[in-house]
Design a binder for this molecule. Structure first.
Ligand code: CAA
Length: 283
């Protein structure tokens, strides 16, 4: 299966990062969002990231311009009609994802592979919203996409080997390392990462240490680039809570219960870096 034209759904932090790395690898990319401001913001972030590469002497200005020219911003998903691969990076809600995949299934040609960047929702269930479940797959990128090497590739129940191999190849083409994972709640990355973050929040909740001390222990003691509470702010506390709920419900074990302090912060609207306040305050 040959991939040349990629469509990315959602121009948020993840979608714009995915569009950037695909365009840098030479793919022609359509970046879609329903909000014009979000697309403008996404393109501005991509431009800033590429300009930094030029400044640092890692990219020629001409390559930056060519990369930007390969990205076409659009407001509707009709462009899926020309895509070989669609990577969905919209909001983490099953009802919305199912709606998007059902629409994509109507618009995209039979050859098109439909991938989701979901961080924890079942690929098999998303695939069931289409008439091509064998061509639906998970491509879970890590934040910040331009920096992080991993793409977790999740096979749905019906995903074919041919589709898996195509996605593995595209992942390598964009300079990332593919890791194969089966479809279970939280996959591998968030099955391990989020309970650690949740435990760090419990540690704070129970007064074992201050937030700074908890982060320092994990940074200096375990060589993590960010402490777990800083990382939670960076991911978004609403996203952290959502993933814990997916783990709790999907695996049915009380060890995945979200910490009440996490719920409280989310209810307060303290969602982390994106709202200016989470465990820490951001100017
Ligand atoms: N976009 C693009 N580039 C970025 C970036 C961003 N958002 N943030 C940092 N960078 C680049 C910087 O420009 C810098 O590049 P240069 O070497 O060219 O200067 C480089 O990354 C290092 O950045 P900094 O020196 O500013 O800071 P740092 O050394 O602390 O690195 C970090 C920043 C890469 C984010 C690092 O702190 C880190 O690895 N943190 C952990 C990230 C992580 O765990 N991500 C996974 C989150 S979980 C997830 O994504 C899955 C999910 O489903 C929830």
């Amino acid at each position: 299966m040959s991939v040349q034209h990629i469509m990315v759904i959602g121009a948020g932090q993840m979608g714009s990062g995915i569009a950037q790395v695909c365009a840098m690898a030479g793919y022609s990319v359509v970046l879609q969002d329903v909000k014009k401001e979000q697309i403008d913001k996404g393109i501005a972030i991509i431009t800033k990231n590429l300009a930094r590469q030029v400044e640092k002497g890692r990219m020629a200005e001409e390559d930056m311009n060519d990369t930007l020219a390969r990205i076409t911003p659009v407001l509707t998903i009709q462009s899926a009609a020309e895509a070989d691969l669609v990577i969905e990076a919209a909001v983490e809600r099953m009802d919305i994802k199912k709606q998007i995949f059902a629409q994509l299934d109507e618009i995209a040609p039979a050859r098109t592979i439909l991938a989701s960047n979901t961080s924890s929702l079942p690929i098999t269930e998303i695939a069931a919203a289409t008439k091509r479940p064998e061509q639906v797959i998970g491509m879970h990128f890590m934040n910040p996409v331009p920096v992080m090497k991993l793409v977790e590739i999740i096979r749905g129940l019906a995903t074919t080997d041919e589709v898996y191999e195509t996605i593995e190849e595209v992942t390598k083409q964009i300079g990332k390392v593919p890791v194969e994972v089966n479809d279970f709640p939280g996959f591998v990355s968030n099955r391990i990462l989020l309970p650690m973050i949740n435990e760090a929040i419990y540690t704070l909740y129970e007064g074992v240490a201050t937030k700074e001390a908890i982060d320092e222990v994990m940074k200096l003691g375990m060589n993590h680039p960010m402490g777990p509470l800083t990382l939670a702010d960076f991911i978004g506390l609403d996203t952290c809570l959502y993933i814990m709920e997916v783990l709790h419900e999907g695996l049915g074990d009380s060890k995945y219960r979200p910490c009440p302090l996490l719920r409280k912060y989310v209810k307060a609207g303290w969602l982390g870096k994106k709202t200016g306040r989470g465990f820490y305050v951001y100017e």
